[in-house]
Design a protein around this ligand. Structure first.
Ligand code: ADP
Ligand code: ZN
Ligand code: ZN
Length: 745
């Protein structure tokens, strides 16, 4: 027998498989990891095929050293997935295969944890007699006594009663009275805190309807659905019922969430309903925990997988359902290499493994909703909150008027009054302040005018670090001086938009000296339990005021929150990104959805310098449809995705000169490519060499060649060629090809 092995080295020259002989008596299957000789060293690899014969001369074929596990670590369908991803993203199979394993498994950095256990080896009826024959050994008699129930006991348990029990246990085992062996133990994250099992609530009419529509597809293992359900419509309960049906059919289910740390409640609900069959995978697990959860899934002990993006590669067999919750979140796109979109991978697995796909959101992405409208997905809707709870009332406050009236605080009069009421009545409030670190736009505080690119209709940005003092557009490269006065109203109140969460926290503390204010942003939530600690403080009611960035907008369910304030809606609206409107609508709708989820109705205050903006108005009306129509038309006329593809070659180097020179060389080669391929040139709407707005990152200078391409099969071929260019090694520089990246910064 011969094994085709992908050796775990990512290098251009090792992009193909190697043939090894399978020694007599070694049983191997496809997907199994093996140790193989490679040059003068030993390497890990994955068996991707087994053949009876081999065309190579026998002296050229070396034998497999040993299998690394006694089971195939990678399921056959995941090998196919890796193959397809490697092909599509033009990268070596070794690289995509890595996605299918917990990182720590490679190089043996994590081991199976074992503990000694023992059990009686004689009938319980004979224990008395055996004890009589043990002579004077007090310890052995006690041990036999402990084991006389005939059950399996960890040796650790014996230690509570008998000091150093291992030696006497060994002697008992030698005498044939007990069995003593090593057994695997699983490190189970959070498994120690028991969750109360919960009764099913009766379903609401729209929950029941959605489940009825999906039931036949679920039974047949097919169907692609998009669930548009307003915030608080009870989507989680729908997922729970679908998962239950899937388990009843003997199949497994997967729930993808944007980020586990931000959805602790979802995890708690699933644990409460499904207990030990649920496995939770996320980045904050220890290496050992992640490995053990992965093995529980691999062995079929855990048949419900809950996890963020990378959980889509979990080795669940007989998959019947994949749910992607909050499907509009950009966290489903991996921007590390190899790049992938977890929603596409989910769709691929469903298709391949005969499972049902459900994408869900209160604010579906433009792309997914457009697909649903085209008939690629079946659209399901839950337009009302559970138990007839009303959607929150939304009030838009014009911050230009506040300035006119002499209010320079970050809070409008209306928001301040609402905050006072809320605190006085012992209720809770959440304040959103979405500040991005790297760049800043310029706007007029008198008239709300924002400095925009004349070519692109996106905000111009001022480069905070290492800039030239000008305003830049990083879609087309346009640059202009920063104005002293507003070009529209001549006011001198034109300036950078600056305040962040910290400023809001300070002002809140000034307004409510006695209150505890919880602040959640990237600075306060680092560490293993950073999120959980802060959220618990708010959940317990110990703190009544929560300030945070977009991380507070997602999935949280606090019944006592009656007020939500959006301190500066313009912050997201003016992000220099063609998706700024989509992000704004999502963010405002999601954060507004945190208000009034309990018995008490909610109120939302949106502060903005642009109260007439149609995206803000649609968000205030919580009207997804009208937002979708506006935005879809805007994308079409502006030639943005999904009508076009944005892409770039990104170059980074610790040498500014090397970065610039390499980017320039790439740009020239791209021009040559276009000259040689008229079909590609025809589909290229824009190609330019520039520095991204984040011109330096982690000490490296960055340059990019940006592209806007028409959606067309030729574009795929061009993209493949660009990706090849990026893979060529060059001294001192690193190059990436990005296809519809989440950001062009
Ligand atoms: P969504 O994800 O759609 O915003 P959730 O799933 O978080 O909504 O549900 C909102 C709230 O409604 C939760 O507190 C949940 O426990 C509750 N809920 C869901 N379904 C029902 C039901 N059928 N009856 C009563 N309460 C429900
Ligand atoms: Zn102005
Ligand atoms: Zn522009």
């Amino acid at each position: 027998m011969y094994a085709q092995v992908i050796v775990d080295i990512v290098h251009e020259n090792v992009a193909h498989t190697f043939t090894y002989a399978v020694p007599e008596g070694m049983a191997l299957s496809v997907g199994q990891r093996v140790e193989v000789p490679f040059g003068f060293r030993s390497k890990e690899g994955v068996v991707i095929a087994l053949d009876e014969r081999c065309d190579l001369p026998p002296e050229k074929v070396r034998p497999v050293t040993a299998p690394l596990e006694d089971y195939p670590a990678i399921l056959p369908c995941l090998i196919d997935l890796a193959r397809q991803m490697a092909e599509e993203s033009h990268c070596p199979l070794a690289e995509t295969l890595r996605l299918m394993l917990p990182a720590e498994m490679r190089g043996g950095r994590v081991q199976v944890k074992q503990q000694p256990v023992c059990r009686l080896a004689i009938p319980t009826g004979q224990v008395e007699e055996a004890m009589g024959q043990l002579g004077r050994s007090q310890k052995k008699r006690m041990l036999l006594q402990l084991l006389r129930d005939g059950e399996k006991h960890p040796v650790g348990e014996m230690r509570l009663v008998v000091r150093e029990p291992l030696e006497p246990l060994r002697q008992l085992a030698e005498a044939g009275l007990i069995r003593l062996w090593q057994e695997e133990v699983l490190r189970q994250p959070g498994g120690s805190d028991p969750v109360e099992p919960v009764e099913d609530p009766p379903l609401t009419p729209s929950q029941r309807e959605v489940l009825e529509v999906m039931a036949p597809s679920l039974q047949r293992g097919e169907g692609r659905f998009l669930l548009h359900g307003v915030t608080g419509s009870g989507k989680t309960e729908v997922f729970i019922r679908l998962v239950r049906s899937t388990l009843e059919m003997g199949r497994s289910a997967m729930i993808l969430v944007p980020e586990i740390a931000l959805t602790p409640q979802m995890v708690r609900w699933f644990r409460a309903r499904f207990g030990a069959v649920a496995a939770v995978i996320h980045s904050r697990l220890s290496a050992g925990e992640r490995f053990d959860e992965w093995r529980r899934i691999r062995r079929g002990d855990a048949r419900v997988v809950i996890g963020a993006r990378s959980a889509v590669f979990a080795p669940a067999e007989r998959l019947g359902l994949i749910v992607v919750d909050e499907e509009h979140e950009t966290t489903y796109l991996s921007d590390r290499h190899p790049r992938y979109d977890a929603r596409d991978v989910a769709a691929w697995r469903c298709e391949r493994e005969g499972a049902t796909l459900l994408l869900a959101s209160a604010t579906p992405s433009i792309l997914s909703f457009a697909r649903a409208r085209r008939g690629d997905y079946t659209l399901l809707e839950m337009p009302h909150r559970v138990l007839n709870r009303p959607l929150p009332e939304v009030e838009v406050v014009d911050m230009r008027r506040e300035l006119e009236q002499g209010n320079r605080s970050v809070f409008s009069g209306a928001l301040m009054a609402r905050l006072r009421d809320c605190v006085a009545q012992g209720q809770q409030a959440m304040l959103l302040m979405n500040r991005r670190g790297y760049h800043s736009f310029v706007s007029c505080r008198s008239c709300g005018h924002v400095m925009k690119c004349p070519n692109c209709d996106v905000a111009l940005t001022y480069h905070l670090a290492g800039g030239d003092g000008k305003l830049h557009c990083h879609y087309c490269g346009h640059a202009e001086p920063t104005p002293e006065t507003c070009p529209k109203c001549a006011s001198r109140y034109i300036r950078f938009f600056g305040a962040g969460t910290q400023k809001v926290e300070e002002e809140l503390k000034k307004l409510f000296p006695g209150e505890t204010v919880v602040r959640m942003d990237n600075d306060t939530t680092s560490g293993k339990d950073g999120h959980a600690r802060l959220l618990d403080q708010f959940r317990s009611g110990q703190a009544r005021l929560l300030v945070g960035t977009q991380m507070i907008a997602k999935g949280l369910d606090f019944p006592r929150v009656t007020l939500v304030g959006v301190v500066a809606a313009d912050m997201t609206l003016n992000l220099p990104d063609y998706r700024a409107r989509e992000r704004t609508f999502q963010l405002l709708t999601q954060v507004a959805g945190r208000a009034g989820r309990g018995e008490l109705p909610g109120h939302v205050v949106i502060q903005t310098y642009k109260p007439e903006d149609e995206t803000i108005l649609a968000a205030a009306a919580q009207d997804y449809r009208s937002f979708f129509e506006q935005e879809f038309a805007r994308r079409r006329s502006g030639l943005y995705p999904p009508f076009t593809v944005l892409a770039r070659l990104l170059v980074e180097s610790d040498s500014p000169l090397a970065a610039q020179q390499h980017a320039r060389a790439l740009h020239e080669r791209c021009q040559a490519l276009l000259a040689a391929h008229p079909a590609w040139k025809k589909r290229t709407l824009m190609m330019r060499l520039d520095q991204p707005s984040v011109a330096m990152l982690r000490g490296k200078t960055r340059w990019h060649v940006m592209f806007k391409l028409l959606v067309h099969p030729e574009t795929e071929a061009f993209a493949a060629a660009l990706s090849e260019l990026a893979r060529e090694a060059a001294p001192r520089v690193e190059t990436w090809f990005e296809y519809n990246p989440t950001t062009m910064m």
